[in-house]
Design a binder for this molecule. Structure first.
Ligand code: LLP
Length: 427
């Protein structure tokens, strides 16, 4: 079955892959490769789909912008009414620059420094606290600045989300969040401090989740804890944040869940009505984006056929980092049947730099353009200048229009922040 069944913004016209109404081959010719390309309308559709699924809870979305923090993408989300889930002061900065109300930004993090917490306090975002140690720092900052802050606590529900181990965050042994008794202690400390305004509770159990049960289990544990908060400490919350994690279809035959199923599985069994927050990242932007890359080499060894491309894991890290599967199409032969099996190799000097393995593709020649799908989340944001490669450009497509939303790095960017000490200047 073709993956395109799940990606209505991608179509094949005259043997060429289109994103919305734009030929990917034309984009590659015009802007060069490697190139990230996003469909604005797909982002809007995905947002609406998840928003509607959780409507019965009057849920609000806090887009997890670690998935994609390009300012234009953030502005699309803002125009849809989203808030943001951020994990660094860099993301706070980008969110505020994109025009988000700080009250609709929740700052989650782990092992944050005094300076980072101080920056967040001054910017007026909601702070989601991960440890008692962080809480103590925060109290110190608020007392020094005589400033009140809104806070929630990240609770570790000790649930296996049944995804890749590196994408699991709420396991017993995970580094994230407060376990139940510690969390209770933290709420008690916070309640006694006049600068801390307790507004919520948070969990995030993992990413690329493809079954409903982990959500159900974790959410019911969270609700039991929320009941304890009221009974034992008299605390009522404004919001319950159930995190992100809903997976997308990377592979045609894989298991997946719909947001409606997740919404149906959760039970807000409380005697008051806190707001529900959700923090999707991948679900909103994941399938909206592709990377276009040009075939530089077709190479046959006695054992394998390789296609070499002009990108590596510096452009898309997921295959190398998580063994992640991304479908690959030949953009200029998109209507042709697969004929031969290839491994698609990146252009970095590392043997782990493989984009895809054992893929059946039409006859591939040098100069062809490949499209690596589902690269809209955790794609550009995880790119780097490793091997002193240049980071790619990004394009946003909307119907028949397209826009350059980030320029490709230039060689001078590689040295832009470097300083040569005087004694080396004349070497
Ligand atoms: N909220 C929190 C607190 C998170 O840590 C994350 C993701 C999300 C929300 C959004 O999760 P999503 O809906 O996107 O699954 N680099 C990995 C993914 C790491 C996810 C980290 N946290 C990848 O490429 O698969």
């Amino acid at each position: 079955m073709s993956i395109l069944k799940y990606k209505p913004h991608l179509t094949v016209r005259d043997n060429i892959l289109y994103i919305e109404d734009i030929s990917t081959v034309e984009l590659a010719e015009k802007f060069g490769t490697p190139l990230y390309v996003y469909s604005e309308n797909r982002i809007r559709e995905n947002y609406k789909k998840i928003y509607n699924a959780f409507k019965k809870f009057n849920a609000e979305i806090r887009f997890a912008c670690k998935a994609n923090s390009n300012l234009s993408i953030l502005k699309i989300l803002k125009s849809l009414g989203s808030g943001l889930d951020v994990v660094s002061i860099g993301e706070i900065y980008l969110g505020i620059l994109a025009g988000f109300d700080p009250e609709k930004i929740i700052y989650t993090g782990v092992n944050r420094s005094y300076e980072e917490l101080d920056f967040a306090v001054q910017s007026g975002v909601v702070l989601n606290i991960d440890s008692i140690s962080e809480l103590k720092k925060l109290i110190n900052i608020c007392e020094k600045r005589e400033k009140e802050v809104k806070i929630s606590f990240r609770v570790n529900p000790e649930v296996d989300p049944k995804t890749h181990e590196k994408l699991s965050t709420g396991l017993k042994l995970s580094k994230f969040g407060l376990h139940e008794e510690q969390a209770l202690k933290a709420y008690k400390i916070a309640k006694e401090n006049k600068y801390l305004n307790i507004v919520g509770i948070h969990m995030h159990i993992g990413s690329q989740i493809t079954s409903v049960e982990p959500y159900k289990e974790a959410f019911s544990k969270l609700i039991l804890f929320v009941k304890r908060l009221k009974k034992e400490l008299g605390i009522e919350l404004d919001f319950i944040d159930m995190g992100g994690g809903i997976g997308i279809v990377y592979k045609p035959d894989q298991k997946f869940i719909e947001p409606e199923q997740v919404a149906e599985s959760i039970d807000m069994d409380l005697d008051y009505e806190p707001k529900l927050l959700i923090e999707p990242g991948r679900y909103i932007v994941g399938d909206s984006g592709i990377v276009l890359t040009r075939v530089t080499t077709v190479k046959e060894t006695p054992y394998k056929k390789f296609i070499g491309v002009d990108m590596g894991f510096n452009v898309l890290l997921r295959p190398a980092m998580y063994n992640a599967h991304h479908e690959v199409l030949v953009a200029n032969k998109a209507g042709e049947e697969g004929k031969e099996v290839f491994d698609i190799a990146g252009n970095l000097c590392e043997s782990g730099d493989m984009i895809a393995k054992e893929r059946k593709l039409p006859k591939v020649e040098e100069g062809d353009i490949l499209a690596v799908l589902d690269a809209g989340a955790y794609g550009y944001v995880m790119s780097s200048n490793y091997n002193s490669m240049l980071k790619p450009a990004e394009i946003l497509v909307n119907g028949k229009d397209y826009y350059l939303i980030r320029e490709r790095d230039s060689l001078s960017d590689l040295v832009a922040k470097q300083i040569i000490p005087k004694h080396l200047l004349r070497c």
